[in-house]
Design a protein around this ligand. Structure first.
Ligand code: SAM
Ligand code: ZN
Length: 255
């Protein structure tokens, strides 16, 4: 990583009351509907939270692309984002950097969590290499992503591993416009534009990483992680508390 000043974990103010923090941001985002969600078990994401606690029970973690809400244990997770404008409110991140330029020392984190972010990153292998580098040996990569068949990408083609390798070899930048037309034609033209992007002007969609560059199911992500030398330790292709999503947890092998 070139000339990036590193941040210290001591400078981060962790949020102690995880659930109060979650609910405060849910209320900020949803207003009165937050109370309905509070009473509705799947919306509290207790299942997804429990798998994070089970597979990453200790240590400091980093969330990439937190957006407006998190299911991370906030008493030990740094909430980061690449962009503040995501969603109707602002991102709740305390620190901002792009997913491939992480300003913490290598092998710092016990886990890296990222939910619905990798599909917004034009060069996923470049970012994943950076995430893996920041994980301690045996650190866990916890990835939750929209499943092609259960999201607004349903009319698009699945992205192959070869395509990702070629994006990496071509050093594609974060605002690569290559997939914009495919996304526009198959998502927006089919009336599937997500509500939370409607306030962003068309010409800004690429610069704010608002489109899904690539489209996957759990099968391709397992293949990708294995290609990157990670060991798959958990796979769930249909998270019942985020129904459009699948989750994969992989472990960094010891050197
Ligand atoms: C669909 S939102 C997901 C927000 C939240 N994690 C969730 O699950 O609701 C995508 C997030 O990825 C962030 N993002 C996009 N590209 C990024 C990048 N290159 N580096 C870091 N964050 C990025 C955006 O700022 C946004 O917060
Ligand atoms: Zn691509």
């Amino acid at each position: 990583m070139k000339n990036i000043e590193l941040l210290s974990l001591e400078d981060y103010s962790f949020q102690n009351n995880d659930f109060a923090f979650y609910f405060k941001n849910l209320y900020r985002d949803r207003g009165i509907k937050a109370f309905y969600q509070f009473l509705n078990r799947p919306h509290r994401r207790s299942f997804s939270r429990s798998i994070i606690q089970k597979y990453a029970p200790h240590g400091i973690g980093l969330e990439i692309g937190v957006g407006e809400r998190t299911i991370a244990p906030t008493n030990r997770t740094i909430l980061s984002d690449g962009f503040s404008e995501h969603g109707e409110g602002q991102s709740i991140a305390q620190v901002y950097f792009k997913g491939d330029e992480i300003p913490y020392a290598d092998e710092t984190f016990s886990f890296i969590l990222s939910e619905h972010v990798l599909e917004h990153i034009a060069n996923p292998i470049k970012s994943l290499n950076a995430w893996i580098m920041k994980l301690a040996p045996e650190g866990k990569l916890i990835i939750i992503l929209p499943h092609k068949e259960r999201t607004n990408d349903v009319h698009r083609e699945i992205t192959s591993l070869d395509h990702l390798i070629s994006d990496y070899e071509n050093d594609v930048p974060f605002n690569d416009p290559t997939h914009f037309d495919d996304w526009w034609n198959k998502v927006v033209e089919n009336g599937l534009m997500p509500e939370h992007y409607k306030h962003i002007a068309k010409e800004e969609l690429i610069n704010t990483a608002s489109i899904h560059h690539h489209v996957w199911t759990d099968v391709q992500i397992v293949e990708l992680f294995e290609y990157l030398g990670m060991e798959i330790i958990y796979r769930n292709n249909h998270l019942h508390d985020r129904r459009d999503s699948f989750a994969i947890i992989a472990k960094k092998k010891t050197n």
